[in-house]
Design a protein around this ligand. Structure first.
Ligand code: AMP
Length: 172
C-alpha cells in the first residue's frame, strides 16, 4: 500500500523556485482509498501515545492534521502565517534559505502539560516544524512528537527536531 502512496506523489521540478523538486501530495487527497490508508497509517503510529491536541501547520499540514485529530480523538489547533489568526497570538521567526519566515499560534491554544503532536505534509530542512515545536513548548504543553507524510531525509530536517519522536510514512 505504501508503494501506491509513493507512486501517487508527483515530483514537480523547479517549483516554487528553480532547483526545488516539489512533492505534490494532491493526487493522494483525490484518491479516496489512498487518502484513507494514509490517515489510518499516520494515526496508527500515535495510538497509545495519549495525544490530546494536534497542531497543523499552514497550509497543507491542515489537510492531514484535521482527519488525524478526528481519528485519534484529539483536539485540533493551527499555526498560521502572520496576520491570519483572529485572536491574540505568540510568534516564532525562523530562517529560510533567503530571509525569514514567521509562524503564529493563538496564545491560549494549549493548557500546560497538554500532550501535543505537530503535523505537516513534508519535512524538508525542519525549520518550519522546529518553529511549531517551539510554540508548543512556550505554552508549556508537552511535545509528544512530529508526524509527516513525507520526510526528505537527504535534507536532514529531523536533526533539528531534538529528542522528540519523529515519524513519517515515506522517506525520499
Ligand atoms: P522546511 O521548513 O524546510 O522543513 O519546509 C517545510 C515546509 O515547506 C512544509 O510545510 C512543506 O509543506 C514545504 N516544503 C518544503 N520543501 C518541500 C518540497 N520539496 N515539496 C513539498 N513541500 C515542501
Amino acid at each position: 500500500m505504501l508503494d501506491a502512496v509513493r507512486a501517487a506523489i508527483r515530483d514537480v521540478p523547479d517549483f516554487p523556485r528553480p532547483g526545488v523538486v516539489f512533492k505534490d501530495i494532491t493526487p493522494i487527497l483525490a484518491e479516496p482509498r489512498l487518502f484513507k490508508q494514509v490517515i489510518d497509517a499516520l494515526a496508527d503510529r500515535w495510538r497509545g501515545e495519549r495525544v490530546q491536541k494536534i497542531i497543523g501547520i499552514e497550509s497543507r499540514g491542515f489537510v492531514f492534521a484535521a482527519p488525524l485529530a478526528y481519528s485519534l480523538g484529539a483536539g485540533l489547533t493551527i499555526v498560521r502565517k502572520p496576520g491570519k489568526l483572529p485572536w491574540r497570538t505568540i510568534r516564532e521567526a525562523y530562517a529560510l534559505e533567503y530571509g525569514e519566515a514567521v509562524l503564529e499560534l493563538h496564545e491560549d491554544a494549549f493548557q500546560p502539560g497538554e500532550r501535543v503532536l505537530v503535523v505537516d505534509d513534508v519535512l524538508a530542512t525542519g525549520g518550519t516544524a522546529e518553529a511549531a515545536g517551539r510554540l508548543v513548548e512556550r505554552q508549556r504543553a508537552e511535545l509528544v512528537g512530529y508526524s509527516f507524510l513525507v520526510n526528505l531525509a537527504f535534507l536532514g530536517g529531523s536533526a533539528r527536531l531534538g529528542a522528540a519522536k519523529v515519524h513519517s510514512l515515506l522517506r525520499f
